[in-house]
Design a protein around this ligand. Structure first.
Ligand SMILES: Nc1nc2c(ncn2[C@@H]2O[C@H](COP(=O)(O)OP(=O)(O)OP(=O)(O)O)[C@@H](O)[C@H]2O)c(=O)[nH]1
Length: 341
């Protein structure tokens, strides 16, 4: 490993707004980087956890994935993150690197603050890099969002604090749109290295083990950083997460119609949708559903339903003004019923 912090364990903090490609990036690293033993800390915004299952499929050992589920890591940073990294101290020398995947609504500032100022953290770990995934198609709208007084714009903070910005999903924009976006990002953060990616596939020699985290550029962005970030300043109440779980097989056509109608009306408000689904007539195939606003990916999971696994459909909707009862009712109506043949 090329690091000047011998003896400490490097942490790569992976940030970026909801659906930008963070989990795709973690999975890509786990597949590409075969020589390193990597520990993944996963923190997901959403009442029902789906990403941990998708990351676990790429790991050799299940104990190398630690899920932090006591809320958003930047809000509970002194609790969950400090405790998790504290417990990991005993095992940390087993690992070449730690990947910390934050939620799409996390402000990286309190995380940086804690690792830099908490002696138990700084005696064992250091931040190697803050990598921000930026979804070329949607990041501008999130950067433009005006937040109520006293609340940070998380998308802006994520870009501002990064030393690497992965301009992801370049397949979804024109060269002109990409140029405008690059110029915009440079007005927020002119220090970060920008790497264009599709499916988060950045050359890893440009990402890992470079000790590229730069406190100076952060202080340049926010000279009062150490006074400002003892507590988190984002408000997750502005965005709702509705998690729904139920057993049974879905009717493919009814579910498709439900999703199409929902997106037609609510794509702008629906930041993120995720699901693990069981369909009638599809045998043991487990389906994964991934949506970012109007952009939907749908297909079979890598692993089918296991023999003794309960076939529970799981959905997460993250966005504004979501109605839990309505969503639950509409989804339950998509269940296949014998008499509906
Ligand atoms: N078209 C396109 N889709 C992509 C690209 N990269 C990732 N995706 C898709 O975008 C969706 C979201 O990707 P994730 O990796 O789950 O995003 P995330 O940032 O982890 O999402 P959250 O954890 O919910 O914040 C998935 O359906 C991915 O397959 C890309 O370069 N192009």
């Amino acid at each position: 490993m090329s690091t000047n912090k011998e003896g400490l364990t490097p942490i790569t903090v992976i940030t970026g707004f909801l659906g930008a490609g963070k989990t795709t990036f973690v999975n890509y690293i786990l597949k590409e980087q075969n020589e390193w033993k990597i520990c993944v800390l996963e923190n997901e915004f959403g009442e029902v956890s789906i990403d941990d299952g998708l990351v676990a499929e790429s790991l050799d050992a299940p104990e190398d994935l630690i899920t932090m589920d006591n809320g958003c890591v930047c809000c509970s940073v002194r609790g969950d993150l400090v405790r998790t990294l504290g417990q990991l101290t005993k095992r940390r020398k087993e690992f070449h690197a730690i990947l910390l995947e934050t939620t799409g609504l996390a402000d990286p500032a309190p995380i940086v603050y804690t690792v830099q100022t908490n002696s138990k953290m700084s005696e064992n770990y250091y931040i190697d890099s803050i990598v921000c995934l930026a979804d070329c198609k949607h990041v501008t709208a999130h950067l433009d969002e005006v937040k109520p007084e006293g609340n940070v714009n998380e998308a802006l903070q994520q870009v501002a604090f990064a030393d690497k910005i992965l301009l992801n999903k370049i397949d979804l924009v024109t060269p002109e749109e990409k140029k405008i976006l690059k110029d915009r990002l440079a007005t927020i953060n002119k220090f970060a290295t920008v790497i264009e990616t599709e499916k988060s596939r950045a050359p890893l020699e440009k990402i890992l083990g470079l000790n590229s985290f730069n406190m100076e550029s952060i202080l340049n962005y926010d000279p009062e950083f150490f006074e400002n970030y003892e507590t988190s300043k984002h408000n997750t109440d502005l965005v709702q997460s509705v998690g729904i779980k139920f057993q049974g097989n879905l009717h493919a056509q009814w579910f498709n119609m439900f999703m199409m109608d929902l997106l037609k009306e609510r794509a702008a408000d629906l930041y993120r949708t995720k699901g693990l689904l069981s369909f009638h007539g599809q045998g043991d195939t487990k389906f994964v559903f991934q949506g970012v606003h109007e952009q939907i990916n749908f297909g079979p999971a890598k692993e089918p339903w296991a023999k003794d696994e309960v076939r529970e459909n799981k959905f997460v909707f993250i966005g504004k003004d979501l109605n839990r009862e309505e969503l639950t009712k509409s989804l339950m109506e998509c269940l296949y019923k014998e008499e509906a043949k």
